[in-house]
Design a protein around this ligand. Structure first.
Ligand SMILES: Nc1ncnc2c1ncn2[C@@H]1O[C@H](COP(=O)(O)OP(=O)(O)O)[C@@H](O)[C@H]1O
Ligand SMILES: [Mg+2]
Length: 489
C-alpha cells in the first residue's frame, strides 16, 4: 500500500493494522493460526492484475488487429455504418480483451465529439438463445432511451421556464410557441410510459424482436453489437438471431446497426446460411496464437503491476511463456500459470517465485483441467472410464476394447444403467482419447486383425475420486472380484 492511495482505503487499512496488532499481542506466545502466514514477505503487489477479469491498458502484439478494428469502426464516428466484422482465433489470443479495449476507445471518442455511437457487448456463452440476446439488447436500449427522454423533458421544461420571462426564448428553436413545447413534453412522457421492458422469458420471439427494433430506432445512433463467443450461440440456437440482426439496416429509419462477431471456432461459419455468412463476414480479422517470445512480453507487462519488485526469479517468466506456447499460445494459460506459481510460492512462504513453483503450477493446472473434464462427462462415458481405471488399478496395461467392454457391462448391471453396444463403447473410448484422458492406439495383430491398446493418461487416484463423487457411480460395489475373475479365465 503506497501513501498516495485514496484516503478512504488508507484509513481503513490503518484501522485494520491496529486491530491486528492487538490480536497478535495476545497470541504472541502460542503462535496463532495466521501468524506464520503474515510474517512472510508477500509475493504479490496486486494479484487481481493476473486474473482474467482484469482489462489491461496495454495489449502488446495486438496492434495490427486493434488498428484494423479501429479503421473499420471509425465510420461510426462519421455517422456512417461500419462494416460487420468477424473475429477469429483460438482461446487466449486476446480477442475479448482487444475488442473491449477498442469499444471503450470508440465510446470515449464518440462522447468527446458528441456523436451518438454505442457498443453493446454480449457474451453468447451466457446469453445463448435468440430470445435472450434480443431481450438483453432491447432492455439496454430501453434504458438508454428512458434516460434520453427524461433528459429531453428536463431541457424542454427549462426552455418553457425561460420563455415565461422572455418572449424571444423560442426564437431560435424548432418550436413556434409554448403550446408546441408542452405538446412535445407530453409526447416524451407518453413514450416513457410506453417503454416496457422485455421479461427474460415468456413473450413470443416476434414481439421481443419488434420491441428491440423500436428501441434501437428510437433515436439517431450507430449501435455496434458485439457478440462474443458467437459460435456458442449458433451451436445452441442456430443462426436466426444473426439473420435478423444482419438485415435490420434496410428497415431502420433513424439508427444503424453493425455487428462484431467473435469466435473461437474457425469453422463455425460453415453452419451459417450463406446470406448471413457473407453479411457477417464483410471484414474478417484473425488473431494468431502467441509465440513464446510474445507471451514473455505479455507476462512481463502484467507482472510489473502484479508482483513486488524482485519477487520473480529470472527464469519464471520464460518458463511460463514456454509452457503456454506449447498449449497453442494461450495468454490466459500463461497468466494462470504465473498466478498459480506465485500462490504456491506464497503458500511455501518463499521470498521469490522459482522455476520449481512454475513446474508445480503446471501440474496443478493440468490436474484441475482433468478433474473438470472427468467430472462433466456423461454417465456412460464415466462407466467406460471406470472400467479402464479398474483394469489399470489391477495392473493391466495395454487394455483392449473387449476387456473394457466386459467390465463395463458388469458396472452397468450394478447400477441399472442401459448397456450400450460394443460399437458405441468403442466410440466413447475414442472420445476419451480426444479429451486426453486415455490414450488409445490401434495395433496390428497380424492375421488376427487389429485391436486397440488403451492406457489411462491421467492419475488413477484423482480419477477414481472424481468418478466416485458421482452419485450414480458412488453406488458401485467393489468390482475387484469381477476384474480378478477375468484374469483367472
Ligand atoms: N496482448 C495481450 N497483452 C496483455 N494481456 C493479454 C494479451 N492478450 C491476451 N491477454 C490476456 O489474456 C487473457 C485471455 O485473453 P482474452 O482476450 O480473454 O482471449 P480470447 O478472448 O481470445 O479467448 C486475458 O486475461 C487477457 O487480458
Ligand atoms: Mg474471449
Amino acid at each position: 500500500m503506497t501513501d498516495d492511495e485514496p484516503n478512504g482505503r488508507r484509513t481503513a487499512n490503518r484501522d485494520f493494522d491496529v486491530e491486528l496488532d492487538d490480536v497478535l499481542d495476545e497470541e504472541e506466545d502460542e503462535g496463532g493460526l495466521f501468524d506464520d502466514l503474515l510474517s512472510g514477505e508477500p509475493i504479490f503487489e496486486n494479484k487481481e492484475v493476473l486474473r482474467p477479469s482484469y482489462t489491461p491498458h496495454e495489449l502488446p502484439h495486438r496492434n495490427e488487429q486493434i488498428n484494423n478494428m479501429a479503421t473499420i469502426l471509425v465510420a461510426a464516428l462519421r455517422g456512417e455504418t461500419p462494416s460487420n466484422i468477424l473475429i477469429y482465433g483460438k482461446t487466449g489470443t486476446g480477442k475479448t480483451a482487444s475488442a473491449k479495449y477498442v469499444s471503450q476507445e470508440l465510446e470515449n471518442t464518440s462522447r468527446k465529439y458528441d456523436v451518438p455511437c454505442e457498443v453493446e457487448y454480449i457474451n453468447c456463452e451466457v446469453t445463448d438463445t435468440q430470445y435472450r440476446v434480443l431481450a438483453q439488447l432491447a432492455n439496454t436500449f430501453i434504458e438508454q432511451n428512458r434516460d434520453y427522454a427524461r433528459e429531453r423533458v428536463r431541457e424542454l421544461e427549462d426552455l418553457l421556464a425561460e420563455s415565461d420571462g422572455d418572449p424571444n426564448a423560442l426564437a431560435d428553436t424548432e418550436f413556434t410557441d409554448e403550446r408546441d413545447v408542452e405538446q412535445r413534453i407530453e409526447e416524451f412522457e407518453r413514450d416513457l410510459e410506453d417503454m416496457e421492458e422485455v421479461p427474460m422469458t415468456g413473450w413470443p420471439t416476434d414481439r421481443v424482436y419488434s420491441v428491440f427494433f423500436d428501441a434501437v430506432d428510437y433515436v439517431e445512433r450507430v449501435a455496434v453489437i458485439m457478440l462474443d463467443e458467437i459460435d456458442k450461440l449458433v451451436e445452441k440456437s442456430g443462426d436466426d438471431t444473426l439473420y435478423n440482426l444482419s438485415r435490420m439496416n434496410s428497415e431502420l429509419t433513424n439508427s444503424r446497426v453493425s455487428i462484431i462477431g467473435i469466435s473461437n471456432d474457425l469453422k463455425f461459419t460453415d453452419f451459417l446460411d450463406p446470406r448471413v455468412k457473407s453479411s457477417l463476414g464483410e471484414e474478417e480479422i484473425v488473431f494468431p496464437p502467441y509465440d513464446a517470445n510474445q507471451l514473455r512480453d505479455i507476462l512481463q507487462h502484467r507482472s510489473t503491476d502484479a508482483f513486488k519488485a524482485d519477487a520473480l526469479s529470472e527464469d519464471v517468466i520464460p518458463l511460463c511463456a514456454a509452457f503456454a506456447a506449447q498449449e497453442h499460445g494461450d495468454a490466459r494459460r500463461a497468466l494462470d500459470l504465473l498466478r498459480t506459481a506465485g500462490e504456491l510460492a506464497e503458500r511455501d512462504q518463499a521470498d521469490v517465485v522459482t522455476e520449481e513453483h512454475v513446474r508445480r503450477a503446471q501440474d496443478k493446472i493440468e490436474l484441475d483441467r482433468v478433474v473438470e473434464v472427468v467430472r462433466t462427462l456423461p454417465t456412460q462415458s464415466k462407466l467406460v472410464l471406470f472400467a479402464i481405471m479398474m483394469l489399470e488399478k489391477h495392473g493391466v496395461h495395454n487394455i483392449n476394447t473387449g476387456e473394457v467392454y466386459n467390465i463395463y457391462k458388469t458396472l452397468c448391471d450394478e447400477i441399472d444403467a442401459d448397456v450400450l453396444t460394443q460399437r458405441r463403447v468403442t466410440d466413447l473410448i475414442s472420445e476419451l482419447d480426444m479429451l486426453g484422458i486415455v490414450n488409445a492406439v490401434v495395433v496390428s495383430k497380424g492375421r488376427y486383425g487389429r485391436t486397440k491398446e488403451i492406457n489411462l493418461s491421467v492419475p488413477i487416484d484423482e480419477t477414481e475420486a472424481v468418478l466416485q463423487a458421482d452419485s450414480r457411480l458412488g453406488d458401485i460395489e467393489d468390482v475387484t472380484p469381477f476384474v480378478q475373475a477375468r484374469f483367472d479365465n
